[in-house]
Ligand binder design. Structure first.
Ligand SMILES: [Zn+2]
Length: 221
C-alpha cells in the first residue's frame, strides 16, 4: 500500500545523510498520510545507504504495524504521540546534527541571532527537558515545548523538526543546523552577544511568511 509515499519517505531519509545531518544509522523521517492517517517511518538500525522503499514500515496512530517486515524506528511511539496531539503536523524528522545537538547537551534554547533564524523559528529554537527514548516520553517533550516552532531540541539527545509536509520538516532540519552553527561561533567569539530584538524578529517573521517565495497568482481571464 502507499507505494509512492514509501518511495518519498525512503528518499527523504536518504537525504538526511546527503545533507550531512546524520551519521551511521541514527535519525529518521516519518510522514502521516493525509487520506488514511497511517504513518510511514524508517526501520530501526538500517543504514541510510541501504534503505529501499519496501523497507519502510507503515503503522497506525497507536503503533500497530500494518505493513513491513522490519521493526520500525525506536522513536516511533514518540512520532505517533506528536501526530495524535498535533493535527497540523504531517512529517517529523529526528537527527543528532552536531551544532544543534551541542545546544541540546547544554540544555540551551538557540536564540535568533540571524534574520533567517527569525524567519523560520521566530524568537528561538526551544530546548526540552530530558526524556528516555523508546516510549512516548520524547513525544510528550516535543509537544510540550514545540509551540509554533518547527523545531525543538531534545535535552542531551538531538533535534526534532516538524512540518505540514516532508519538505517543510526537512527545510527546518537544514536551517536549524545552520542556525546552531552560526550561533555557536558567534557566541564563542562574543559570549555577551544579544539576539535580534523582538521588533526586528516580528518584522522578519511577518515579512517572510507573507512575501517570501513565489506567490500563487489567480488566473486572469
Ligand atoms: Zn536519536
Amino acid at each position: 500500500m502507499l507505494e509512492n509515499l514509501k518511495r518519498l519517505v525512503c528518499q527523504a531519509n536518504k537525504s538526511l545523510k546527503e545533507l550531512n545531518l546524520v551519521k551511521w544509522t541514527s535519525g529518521n523521517v516519518s510522514f502521516r498520510d493525509i487520506d488514511t492517517n497511517v504513518v510511514i517511518i524508517k526501520p530501526s538500525g538500517v543504514h541510510f545507504d541501504e534503505l529501499q522503499p519496501e523497507h519502510m514500515v507503515i503503522v497506525d496512530l497507536v503503533g500497530n504495524v500494518l505493513e513491513g517486515n522490519l521493526k520500525p524506528s525506536v522513536d516511533t511511539a514518540s512520532h505517533l504521540y506528536v501526530y495524535r496531539n498535533r493535527d497540523d503536523i504531517h512529517s517529523i524528522i529526528h537527527t543528532h546534527s552536531p551544532f544543534a545537538t551541542s545546544f541540546a547537551v547544554r540544555g540551551k534554547d538557540i536564540p535568533s541571532y540571524t534574520t533567517t533564524a527569525a524567519n523560520i523559528f521566530r524568537y528561538c529554537v526551544p530546548c526540552s527537558d530530558f526524556a528516555a527514548i523508546g516510549e512516548e516520553e520524547v513525544g510528550k517533550q516535543i509537544v510540550d515545548h514545540l509551540g509554533n516552532s518547527p523545531a525543538v531540541l531534545l535535552r542531551n539527545h538531538g533535534v526534532f523538526t516538524v512540518g505540514k509536509d516532508i519538505e517543510h520538516a526537512l527545510k527546518a532540519a537544514v536551517i536549524l543546523e545552520e542556525t546552531a552553527e552560526y550561533a555557536h561561533y558567534a557566541t564563542l567569539h562574543d559570549p555577551d552577544l544579544l539576539p535580534l530584538s523582538k521588533e526586528i524578529i516580528d518584522n522578519c517573521y511577518r515579512f517572510y511568511n507573507t512575501s517570501y517565495g513565489q506567490q500563487v497568482k489567480s488566473k486572469s481571464i
